[in-house]
Design a protein around this ligand. Sequence first.
Ligand code: 5GP
Ligand code: ZN
Length: 133
Amino acid sequence: MENCIFCRIISGEIPSLKVYEDAYCIAALDINPGSPGHTLIIPRVHRKDLLEMDEALAGKLMMTAREIGGREMERLGADGFNIVQNNGIAAGQTIPHFHIHVIPRYHGDGKIVAWEPTSPDIETLREFREKLC
Ligand code: 5GP
Ligand code: ZN
């Protein structure tokens, strides 16, 4: 996709700071990291979001996220890491080329990935179970 920023990063047209690459994906530092070491796992093929991914590719990329998360802990001294993967504008996806965020977390680093918990009653929860199962 010629106008896709991540396709242009994959082709080398736009520079990136790669930390890993294989036949399926690259992993590169996010240009606006949420915490030091925030890395993106990006497939070489253009897929808009998770709904366009197949099992084999999604599996490969998740294992790469695991590898990078492990490196963040071992080599950066992170205390944990978040895997974030946004699908759709409403979910915060700004680049419509699938990617997995691997965000190192450090004790006391504040709210990086968070939502406000709610307390629906059991009937409301049951309605949603009916719709989803
Ligand atoms: P999204 O909001 O779509 O889940 O995440 C897109 C991410 O891509 C953001 O965290 C943003 O900082 C990052 N990003 C946007 N443009 C570039 C770029 O040109 N290079 C790199 N390395 N990251 C980018
Ligand atoms: Zn693309």
